[in-house]
Design a protein around this ligand. Structure first.
Ligand code: IPE
Ligand code: IPE
Ligand code: MG
Length: 254
């Protein structure tokens, strides 16, 4: 779905997070990496509260990528356990806050406990009208695009009707606008296979803060940075065309 204009032009409608740095956070404390994932999921409620208070409507959390299966088996198992418990334990509180939870990603390979917890969270919160929380477990942008192509072919869609709008409807994010702002914690400056189609015109904010250390003041800082940017979508804004107060009607001097 293309982005509707935001209500006041300043607050992003959709903020997506690449929640990176859990492992390094744990290692810095002399703890096993999975302890970082445990603390990481506990940060989610405060992030949502901050964004909700600011008026953000959609939040996407990149929790586990299609490439993260390549980590040591004990870390993968630990992550699946931590996420299953977090989804099971936090869903009721989120439901009471009118949050709608939507899984974006593949379900087939998730550990059964996580798959069940996510399915139950989606079912319970499906009619909620507050913030939409997209949780990306086993998500990869390339896999998502390939899956969309397969389903378009399977559906026998007429090639003349394939446009960006239709293609977007075949993605996991069909229910929400593209992210206005993508925040990556943990100091890396890359997209790591996240929302490849949807991030075409997203604003990026990178911070070296590790995910478990992310505090509301830095989220506010990221939104302030977003609010000060001018998005052009490849075109020109009127102020770019006539800089420095130049008069639009003034003829060009020979
Ligand atoms: C991000 O934290 C969470 C997942 C990828 C599951 P990391 O586990 O990548 O943490 P670092 O980058 O190693 O510190
Ligand atoms: C990105 O973090 C994926 C998630 C936050 C789920 P990674 O730690 O997997 O990314 P790379 O390996 O540094 O690119
Ligand atoms: Mg990482």
């Amino acid at each position: 779905m293309p982005n509707p204009p935001s209500a006041d032009g300043n607050i992003p409608i959709h903020v997506a997070f690449i929640m990176d740095g859990n492992g390094r956070w744990a290692q810095k404390q002399g703890l096993p990496r999975v302890a970082g994932h445990e603390v990481g999921v506990q940060c989610i409620q405060r992030v949502l509260e901050t964004l909700g208070a600011l008026g953000v409507k959609f939040v996407t959390l990149y929790a586990f990528s299609t490439e993260n299966w390549g980590r040591p088996q004990d870390e993968v198992d630990g992550i699946m356990d931590v996420f299953s418990e977090a989804v099971a334990n936090q869903t009721q509180a989120l439901h009471e806050k009118n949050v709608r939870i939507v899984h974006v990603g593949r379900t087939e390979n998730l550990h059964p406990d996580l798959n069940n917890a996510v399915a139950e969270a989606q079912r319970l919160t499906s009619n909620n009208t507050g913030i939409t929380l997209n949780v990306a477990f086993d998500y990869g942008g390339r896999a998502e695009i390939l899956e969309a192509v397969r389903r378009i072919i399977e559906d026998g869609v007429n090639v003349d009707t394939i446009d960006e709008e239709l293609f977007s409807q075949y993605l996991f994010t069909a229910h929400c606008p593209d992210p206005d702002l993508i925040i990556r914690t943990g100091g890396e400056h890359r997209i790591s296979n996240f929302l490849l189609w949807q991030s075409a015109y997203s604003e990026m904010y990178h911070t070296s803060t590790l995910w478990p250390d992310l505090q509301p003041d830095e989220i506010i800082q990221a939104l302030q940075s977003f609010g000060s940017r001018r998005r052009r979508y490849g075109a020109l804004n009127p102020e770019d065309q006539f800089p420095d107060g130049a008069d639009e009607a003034k003829p060009i001097q020979e």
